[in-house]
Design a protein around this ligand. Structure first.
Ligand code: NOJ
Length: 568
């Protein structure tokens, strides 16, 4: 090495030292060797609605960056941001026109870097939302593909001739109408499972697969810790385009119901999951799946026969229990436990009516919001919160068709009112628009923002927000809530769910009164090798316990929660 070169190398190294020292990094495994995503609490946020730094009524990345402190203090370790890539916004970002950039509405790549750096400072990772099934019709790939039958990108999408003067088969778009659209330029139809502006990519073409895998690499290299994979069950269709079986009844758009046998959940989906996982593993990244399944057996398949597919396939079966019910929720938990896999708990998201309304009885909604938090944040597995759940945010379903923004709500009104209600701005304070923006937000906040907002609830020890904080703090502090096994205690109680999370001779006891009446539960912890007396209450609402030699009695008011640390 020449002298000059050596000096240059030393100068460069010295220049890099401060950067290396101040740049925080995320730990990939915990002290026990578990992957980071097993310990993490995830939080989905809708970027249009989370925080608006420039007061134009629409959220942005700088806004998200400014809330990293809030997220950290709440107990969140990773945020999944719904798509913020360039998009014509027909499906509010789920129609991507460039997979490797940020929509100007949300900011720039530099703003992304800033947000990721702010996240690192607060130990909050970024998870992006990867729209794998389709792009926007404005994506240059589709623009090329539709230009002519001989275009090199023609086969990147699914083009077919019509049949008998109509589309190639009877497949229906889940957003209404035929799943085929005729393009007069080439007189062929293209396939779209969602809106016509969301043409399905042809995953049978290896060039498509490569381009998509490379897009994930682009973001991993830029600091993203994983992806939530959108609509994975619709990636493939049978090649001979057989008709689906027509079932009885019509959907909200007036189309016949079909069994979707030939355009959903094809086995080839799993090849792509393995491909995406291989790339993710290069970066210690996590994949979360939008995995709608009929039953738990189907869900289990998404982990991969060799655990080589999605680490966190979302269990939506839980969201289909729409009222608090000890037997129903208990059996869902048992089903998830029976897979022997690492469960994922979700109670709402940007497509589902908010949990506050779905589970609420109109009278005890705050208590029920705490009760559900007490459940899904303490079960074995990874919880994925939805922004606003922690403050008991309400759904704000539009009451007039003319107010609806979500196209499916306009098309399906009044049966299908769209998803605006669950996507309204985060309620930061009791200022106008919930303190989200000085300008009129893209969607109105519900009147309950006056009481249910971060600022007001922060000051109230009994608020939903402070309850979430206490449970999340416990989860971060007590290893049993991450590592511990799930031990149900009272399988036949029709009203109360009680279980232990047991770990190394200690446990966290969770008792949840799922009914609108007071109840007392008598639990024998000694039968589980623990003491009925060494019980230390850690989080509770409307409940108290009485220890005794032979049992622990927990008395609870309607929808009460009792949690305690227990030892031998
Ligand atoms: C599922 C997403 O969650 C939903 O919001 C979107 O409309 C469809 N996939 C299409 O991308």
């Amino acid at each position: 090495m020449s002298r000059c070169f050596r000096i240059l190398a030393v100068v460069l190294f010295l220049a890099a030292v401060p950067f290396l020292l101040v740049q925080p990094t995320f730990a990939q495994k915990d002290a026990k060797g578990h992957e980071w995503w097993k310990r993490a609490v995830f939080y989905e946020l809708y970027p249009r609605s989370f925080a608006d730094s420039d007061n134009n009524g629409i959220g942005d990345l700088k806004g998200i960056a400014s809330k990293m402190g809030y997220l950290h203090d709440l107990g969140v370790d990773a945020i999944w941001i719904s798509p913020c890539f360039p998009s014509p916004q027909v499906d509010f970002g789920y129609d991507v026109s460039d997979y490797e950039n940020i929509d100007p509405m949300y900011g720039t790549l530099k703003d992304f870097d800033f947000m990721a750096a702010e996240g690192k400072k607060k130990d909050v990772r970024i998870i992006f939302d990867f729209v794998v099934n389709h792009s926007s019709d404005k994506h240059p790939w589709f623009v090329e593909s539709s230009a002519s039958k001989s275009n090199p990108k023609r086969d990147w999408y699914i083009w077919r001739d019509g049949k008998n003067g109509g589309p190639p088969n009877n497949w229906i778009s889940t957003f209404g109408g035929s799943a085929w659209k005729l393009d007069p330029r080439t007189n062929q139809y293209y396939y779209h499972y969602f809106y016509a502006e969301q043409p399905d990519l042809n995953w049978r073409n290896p060039e498509v697969a490569k381009a998509m895998y490379d897009a994930t690499r682009f973001w991993y290299k830029r600091g993203v810790s994983g992806f939530r994979l959108d609509a994975v069950d619709t990636l493939f269709e049978v090649q001979d385009l057989r008709d689906n079986k027509v079932l009885e009844g019509k959907n909200a758009f007036g189309d016949p119901e079909t069994d979707e046998k030939y355009n959903k959940k094809l086995p080839e989906v799993h090849d792509v999951m393995r491909g995406l996982r291989k790339v993710a593993d290069e970066y210690n990244a996590v994949l979360i799946g939008e995995t709608w399944t009929q039953d738990i057996a189907e869900l289990k398949e998404y982990y991969g026969a060799k655990n080589d597919e999605i680490q966190l396939p979302m269990n939506f079966l839980f969201t289909e229990v729409n009222k608090v019910s000890a037997p129903e929720l208990r059996s869902q938990v048992a089903a998830a436990e029976s897979t022997g896999q690492w469960p994922v708990w979700v109670i709402s998201n940007h497509d589902i009516v908010r949990s506050y309304n779905r589970y609420g009885d109109g009278q005890h909604n705050d208590a029920i919001a705490k009760l559900m938090a007490g459940l899904y944040l303490t079960l074995r597995g990874t919880p994925i919160m939805y922004y606003g759940e922690e403050i008991g945010m309400e759904n704000n379903t539009p009451t007039r068709k003319e107010d609806v923004q979500d196209p499916i709500g306009q098309r399906g009104w009044p049966e299908e009112k769209g998803r605006d209600g669950e996507r309204t701005p985060m309620q930061w304070s009791d200022a106008p628009n919930g303190g989200f923006s000085a300008a009129k937000p893209w969607l109105p906040v519900p009147p309950s923002y006056k009481t249910h907002n971060v600022e007001t609830e922060s000051k109230d020890p009994d608020s939903v927000l402070n309850f979430y904080k206490r449970v999340l703090a416990l989860r971060h502090k007590n290893d049993a809530l991450v590592e511990g096994g799930y031990v149900p205690l009272n399988g036949d109680d029709p009203n109360v769910i009680a279980y232990l999370r047991k770990y190394e001779g200690k446990a966290v006891l969770v008792v949840l009164n799922m009914s609108g009446a007071a109840h007392e539960s008598t639990l024998d912890l000694a039968a589980q090798g623990l003491s009925n007396e060494k019980v230390r209450e850690v989080v509770s609402t409307a409940s108290h316990a009485q220890a005794g030699k032979s049992s622990l009695k927990v008395s609870m008011e309607p929808f009460g929660v009792y949690m305690a640390e227990v030892s031998k």
